[in-house]
Structure formats: C-alpha cells, structure tokens
Design a protein around this ligand. Sequence first.
Ligand code: C2G
Length: 152
Amino acid sequence: MKTILTYGTFDLFHIGHLRLLQRLGALGDRLIVGVSTDEFNHLKGKKTVVPFADRIEIVRALACVDQAIPETCWEQKVDDIKQHGVSIFGMGNDWTGRFDELKAHCEVVYLPRTEGVSSTHIRKTLKILDQTHVEELKHALDLISSIIDRFD
Ligand code: C2G
C-alpha cells in the first residue's frame, strides 16, 4: 500500500487544487490530504472565504481522496507520515524545497502548479465584480430618479 500525503487550505476549491490532488493520487494507492483549519490559516496569515468544515468536506468528497485530516500546525507532518505509513509527501512547486527535511522520512515531490488560477485571484475577482455591480445599480437608480423627476 503506497500512501501519498499532502496539505493545503483548498479555499474556493478550483481546478488547480483538483489537478494537483489527482496527480498526487496517481502516484500511489491511497491519498491522504491535510486541510488547514481556520485557526492554522490565521497563523499562516492566510485569509479564507470558505469555513474549514466546508473545505474539508469538499476535499473528502473527491474521488481521488481516500482520507482528509485537519492540518492544525506546521509541525504535524512527521507524525502524520509515521502514523499513516506515508511513502510520498507531495506539494505544488510553489513550495519547492520548503519541506525537504521530510526526505529523512519519505520521498518528497513538488509538482508543477496549474497556472492562471488561484483562490486569491478568484477572491479578488469576486470583490471587483461585487463593486462593479454596486456601481451599475447606483447608476441605474440615478437614471430612474432623473426620469421620475422629469414627470413631477
Ligand atoms: N496549487 C496548484 N495550482 C494552483 C493553486 C494551488 O497546484 N493554481 C496547489 C498548491 O501548490 C498546494 C495545493 O494546491 O500544493 C493547495 O494550495 P493552497 O490551498 O493554496 O495551500 P497552501 O495555503 O499553500 O497550504 O503545510 C502546507 C500548507 O498547508 C499549504
């Protein structure tokens, strides 16, 4: 049984997350995913939109994921590797080199990220759309008000 382990926030789950998990899952027989809790993301200085309970449920539901566990701190990785008999620890290559110390316990791989998509970009786009939408509504309201004024 070849077990693969990875961790992530998986906020606003998108194709980049899915492709990474599918590619990691294809490296072995079982994929375990640590999902960062809201408290740990606060520690990471990472803003999220989707609460932890929903993020881990989404990850757990994926066909390529066999088990999802909470990630509560940076330091739990070695214990998780030992507890689950992990053969390969993998992350996207924005983390290249960051977890090389784990090579003492298992193989470590960094896979290419999916370019052009990120939770941060989705969040910023949603924010712009929201503001643009508000401006458009304000403009429409002003137009209606000016028409009403003409009939008064
Ligand atoms: N990822 C990717 N392509 C993207 C975006 C993300 O391959 N376009 C990968 C990242 O490289 C990471 C995983 O998807 O391996 C999860 O990304 P995040 O949810 O951003 O995770 P992060 O906040 O980097 O947390 O202890 C490790 C941390 O918990 C990782």
